[in-house]
Every structure is written in structure tokens, then in C-alpha cells.
Design a protein around this ligand. Structure first.
Ligand SMILES: *Cc1c(COP(=O)(O)O)cnc(C)c1O
Length: 399
């Protein structure tokens, strides 16, 4: 057998490989494992979407190849939603494209833009696709740290001039996975201006725009005047309506970027099953109604878990968005050390912050993707086993 392409060897090891091994061991011992590990909603897809799909799947007109850039019904539902939700005008014919999930769009956008040696600005901590697919495309990922002291926003003044000059693409994601952080319009404007100045395509991954709480509404980057000159935005129905398995999303924004992405896709995939596009359009047309109920559930889980952690010595704020909590490990511990302890003593699985880039050291991520009772069970086990901030923080031993 020939060796796979050398770039495959550059990819970091699979985040959950070591954890998966430990889970298998614990399960073999009969431990009742609770996973707060994967960002995959536990609740079902809303009934109106499922019902629309059931009808559409029986319709022979849906059984052949879909149009490459998406059905007119789906693209129009997406662009109408952009208008009603954000006040953003995008042309369904030239500024919108269906995606087989936004992960597909993110990866193929890199393939569409990156020549060997081109720089891609990748946030860290961040969604691993930006960095890893840049490596697969012979590009050069440049780490833009997202630090607590900057409210997890990029500090553009720290990006060296020669890097900015060589950069082709800049990925950002707010509301953020894994950080749960949000962004305001003034900061988006600063980023748009930076990308205009340096001729960089800005790709905003807006997978969590609808998962917001306490009255907070997340912006579209395209709602900043002039953003469309440099920006493409990816949306996903996965987290919006519990549709991770359906594989559907869309890209909107700069028509040149949409065209380049479409060219890669024409030569790679053949689009999204038309029945799925129809059911997705039904969802988008009643979006607010669907997300309201889901967000109430996530907000309650957040309250339970944040209050519980804070009783165990943490000082975690209440996120206004996403079903993630980004939690510091007890002082003096490493991410992997804490995560292993939590698994061994409590049977609870969370990813270490370092799984999202070296800048994630000192943190772990919690995905609130289990029912209230299981979250309470996690907290009870942590208290019982002494896996608390108060008991593990190194400095507390001296106090
Ligand atoms: C889940 C997720 C995606 C991928 O969503 P799909 O549409 O299911 O491919 C993209 N970006 C971020 C940050 C995510 O967390």
C-alpha cells in the first residue's frame, strides 16, 4: 500500500482518542458514564420539520439530483430568514448556497481560496476544522489567540503586518464554540475594516446564532454596513433545530466567495437531498417558534450547572449563548489532568480545553446536552468525590 498524503500526518491526533479508550475501560467496569463531551443536541428535531420530511421523502420529484447551489425554495427561505432575523439583504440567486452542513462549507472554502503557503488566520481555542483543513490544503494556519482578558475576542493589533499581508482567510465564530463568548457590532466593524485593509476574506461561522438566552440576540456579521464586500457567513441547521444528522446548512454573503465555493462543490459533491431542503425551508419559515422552546431548556440546564459549579468553588458566569460552558480547571492543574480525574472518579466525560488549541490549556468544555437530572447527578458525584475547585486548587492547600 502507498503512504497517504504527507499532510495527513500533520494533523493533530483525534481529540477524543485517549478519552474514548478510558470510556471503554470504565464501561467495561460497569461505570454509568455521563458524557458532556460532544456538541450534539440530545433533543429530537421539531415535529413540523419531521412531518414535512416524511411527506417530502415519498414525493418522486425529490428523488433525483438537486440543483448544485440548492433548491430555489431552500435558498429563498434562507435569504428571507436573513432579512427577517437580521435585516440583511442577500440575493438568493448569487449570494446564497446550500451546504451539506456548515463543516463542509468551511472546509471547501479553504480549498477554494488557499494556495500552498497562504496564511489562514485561525482562532485558538477554536473549531478544529479551520486549522486542520488549512493544513490539508498546504496552507499555513496562523493562531489568533482568544484570551479571557480580551473577553475571548481577537486582538487585531497583535497580528504582525507580514502575516496580515500574506493572509487569505480569517475564520471567526460568535457565539463561540467552545468558549460560549459573544461579539458586538463595534468589534465586528473593526474586524471588517481590518479585512478590507489587508484584502482578506472574512468567514464567519454562525452555527449558534439562534442558541441565545436572557433576551440576547446574536448578530450576523453581514449586518455591519459594507461587510458583504469581504465577508461570507456560514449557517447550520444542526444546532438551530437539532438536525446534526440531517447534514444541512447554507452560506450567504460576498458573491465572488459564493461562486468560488460553488465551483469547488460542483466538482466535489452533488448537493443536499431535496426532501431535506424542503423540510429545512419549513423550519426556517417558523424559526422563532422552534428555537424559543429549545432555548428555554438550554437556559435552565445552564442555570442548574453554573449554580452547581459555583457551589463547588468555581466562579463561572452565565453564558448568554451556546450550550457550552468554558470552565477553568482548579488552579495549578492541567486540562488533561483534571479531565482524566473527572472521568476516573465521577464517570463524567468532558473534553480538555487543549483539544481546541494550545490556548485552551487551563480549561475544560461542558456541553449541556443531557437532561436536568443527569446534570444534577454529575454535580452530586463531583461533590461526593471531592472533584471540586475548592478541594483541588493547589493554593487552597496552603490556605
Ligand atoms: C457544530 C459546528 C459546526 C458544524 O455544523 P454542521 O452544520 O453540522 O456541519 C460548525 N461550526 C461550529 C463552531 C460548530 O460547533
Amino acid at each position: 500500500m502507498p503512504q497517504p498524503a504527507a499532510n495527513l500526518g500533520k494533523l493533530p491526533p483525534y481529540l477524543f482518542a485517549e478519552i474514548d479508550r478510558k470510556i471503554a475501560e470504565a464501561k467495561a467496569r460497569g461505570v454509568d458514564i455521563i458524557s458532556l463531551g460532544v456538541g450534539d443536541p440530545d433533543l429530537p428535531t421539531p415535529a413540523p420539520i419531521v412531518a414535512a420530511m416524511q411527506k417530502a421523502v415519498a414525493e418522486p420529484a425529490n428523488h433525483n439530483y438537486p440543483p448544485y447551489h440548492g433548491t430555489e425554495e431552500f435558498r429563498t427561505a434562507a435569504t428571507n430568514w436573513m432579512k427577517t432575523r437580521f435585516g440583511v439583504t442577500v440575493d438568493p440567486a448569487t449570494e446564497a448556497l446550500s451546504l451539506i452542513g456548515s463543516k463542509e462549507g468551511l472546509a471547501h472554502l479553504i480549498l477554494a481560496y488557499v494556495n500552498p503557503g497562504d496564511v489562514v488566520l485561525c482562532p485558538s481555542p477554536g473549531y478544529p476544522v479551520y486549522h486542520n483543513y488549512t493544513l490539508l490544503c498546504h496552507g499555513e494556519p496562523y493562531t489568533v489567540p482568544l484570551l479571557a482578558e480580551n473577553k475571548f475576542l481577537p486582538d487585531l493589533s497583535k497580528i504582525p503586518a507580514d502575516i496580515a499581508k500574506r493572509a487569505k482567510l480569517f475564520f471567526l465564530n460568535y457565539p463561540n464554540n467552545p468558549l460560549g463568548a459573544i461579539i458586538d457590532e463595534a468589534k465586528i466593524k473593526e474586524i471588517v475594516d481590518f479585512c478590507k485593509q489587508h484584502d482578506i476574506l472574512l468567514c464567519h461561522d454562525n452555527a449558534y446564532s439562534e442558541m441565545t438566552f436572557d433576551g440576547y440576540k446574536a448578530p450576523s456579521f453581514l449586518s455591519v454596513p459594507g461587510a458583504k464586500d469581504v465577508c461570507i457567513e456560514m449557517f447550520s441547521l444542526s444546532k438551530m433545530y437539532n438536525m446534526t444528522g440531517w447534514r444541512v446548512g447554507f452560506a450567504v454573503g460576498n458573491p465572488d466567495a459564493i461562486k468560488a465555493l460553488g465551483t469547488v462543490k460542483n466538482n466535489t459533491d452533488s448537493g443536499v437531498f431535496k426532501a431535506i431542503q424542503h423540510a429545512s425551508a419549513v423550519g426556517l419559515n417558523m424559526s422563532e417558534e422552534l428555537t424559543k422552546d429549545l432555548n428555554a431548556i438550554y437556559a435552565r440546564r445552564r442555570d442548574i450547572f453554573v449554580e452547581g459549579l459555583n457551589k463547588l468553588g468555581w466562579n463561572v458566569p452565565r453564558n448568554e449563548a451556546t450550550f457550552y460552558l468554558w470552565v477553568p480547571v482548579p488552579t495549578g492543574m492541567k486540562s488533561v489532568e483534571f479531565v482524566s480525574l473527572l472521568l476516573e472518579k465521577c464517570g463524567v466525560v468532558v473534553p480538555p480545553g487543549t483539544g481546541y488549541g494550545a490556548e485552551g490549556e487551563g480549561y475544560f468544555r461542558v456541553a449541556l446536552t443531557v437532561p436536568d437530572e443527569r446534570l444534577k447527578e454529575v454535580l452530586a458525584r463531583m461533590e461526593k468525590e471531592g472533584v471540586t475547585f475548592t478541594q483541588l486548587a493547589k493554593h487552597s492547600a496552603a490556605v
